[in-house]
Design a protein around this ligand. Structure first.
Ligand SMILES: Nc1ncnc2c1ncn2[C@@H]1O[C@H](COP(=O)(O)OP(=O)(O)O)[C@@H](O)[C@H]1O
Ligand SMILES: [Mg+2]
Length: 359
């Protein structure tokens, strides 16, 4: 532990102003840490509302970035699409999480799947696609329906389209609005599962119990933990996320999403080097939440224990679910988390609930 840990108040800088930054700020506060949010809308945002300080500035404002970095002890990001140039400005002044390699790789679907394969982690079949002709050739070679995704900037199922061999490939390719794309085979999965580790500044690793995930319209709807899958599959996923974190020299949190198949295989889908929606149940369900673990890692404190307290279920509250909130608040044993967002748009993540099953 850094000798200053207990003698001076440390400040964690967070890039991004959404719910992940907000829940990190809450966990940090419990550990006596301060947070400083940097975002274009930091002053009126889920994270900014509860942080010690905010900087409202553009991500390309180098003077504001340098002043922010000088004000904090360590910086992390709640989203992986931080431009490398931004991280370079910050890293010259203070330590940054999750690190350059983790961002570079996690920002790009072809890069993350290529790294997985290099490490011997199985992925669905995929083909880089930079033109409609590439797409036609890949679909001819494959002969089955596929899923075409932009290589970067997609989230919550955005930036992807499912295609069959008799679809109009030119239209499908154009609909992405980018020439940096990936075609994937459609996996007939039996389950979606996610794994998470925290990795500290000296390479120590802490695992969380795995989550079983259910998506609706490409958006995570529900997670259950611990994931009720065979021990071998769980061990394989834990090992995969740990090896990816090591290969990326990660400092912080790494989540790995995967599919399981009928024949008992685990197939890598993607990584996210940050807190992950499928581990929100850890707030009440785990001895240390994903947010508290990240705050500890950033502040050079020891890992907290990560055993689970029974079986937990997390349900996302999207804009269209907000009518349920009064009833949920009145339900004993339901932990309601709201992110303080004013505008309850359809599909927008407004909050979540955590529930201990069988209680
Ligand atoms: N190759 C695939 N086969 C089957 N389903 C997929 C495939 N890729 C994505 N999906 C479905 O779409 C969801 C979102 O895709 P994902 O690649 O995780 O993108 P993101 O979460 O960044 O939007 C996945 O959780 C899964 O339900
Ligand atoms: Mg995903």
């Amino acid at each position: 532990m850094n000798e200053n840990t207990l003698t001076s108040v440390q400040t964690i800088g967070i890039l991004g102003s959404g719910q992940l930054g907000r829940m990190l700020a809450i966990a940090a506060a419990q550990l006596g840490l301060r947070t400083h949010i940097y975002a274009p809308d930091a002053n009126t945002s889920p994270a900014g509302d509860i942080a010690h300080r905010t900087t409202t500035a553009a991500y390309h404002d180098n003077a504001a970035l340098a002043a922010f970095a000088a004000d904090v002890d360590v910086i992390t990001s709640e989203f992986e699409n931080v431009p490398a140039a931004v991280m370079d400005v910050l890293a010259a002044i203070c330590p940054v999480s999750p690190g350059r390699a983790a961002l570079y790789t996690a920002q790009h679907r072809i890069r993350e799947k290529t790294l997985a394969r290099e490490l011997g982690i199985a992925t669905p079949q995929f083909w880089p696609v930079t033109s409609a002709d590439d797409l036609k050739a890949a679909m001819r070679g494959h002969g089955l329906p596929g899923i075409l995704k932009s290589s970067s900037l997609g989230y919550d199922g955005k930036g992807q389209v499912r295609i069959k061999s008799d679809d109009d490939m030119d239209a499908a390719f154009d609909s992405l609005g980018t020439d940096d794309a990936i075609l994937e085979e459609i996996v007939d999965f039996t389950a979606e599962v996610s794994f998470m580790v925290a990795r500290d500044a000296i390479g120590g690793i802490s695992h969380f119990p795995a989550s079983l995930n259910h998506h609706r319209n490409g958006i995570l709807a529900q997670s259950a933990a611990p994931a009720p899958l065979h021990d071998e599959i769980i061990a394989e996923g834990m090992d995969a996320v740990e090896r990816m974190a090591e290969a990326l020299e990660l400092f912080g949190l790494l989540a790995l999403e995967a599919f399981t198949t009928v024949d008992g295989k685990l197939l890598f889908n993607e990584i996210a080097p940050r807190p992950h929606n499928s581990f929100h149940w850890t707030i009440e369900g785990c001895a240390t939440s994903q947010f508290a673990q990240l705050a500890r890692v950033l502040a050079r404190m020891p890992f907290g224990a990560t055993h689970i307290y029974g079986n937990w279920q997390m349900d996302n509250l999207l804009g269209e679910d907000m009518w349920k909130v009064p009833e949920l608040l009145a339900s004993a044993g339901t932990h309601v988390h709201l992110y303080g967002k004013a505008d309850a748009k359809t599909g927008r993540k407004m909050g979540h609930t955590n529930r201990l099953l069988g209680s």
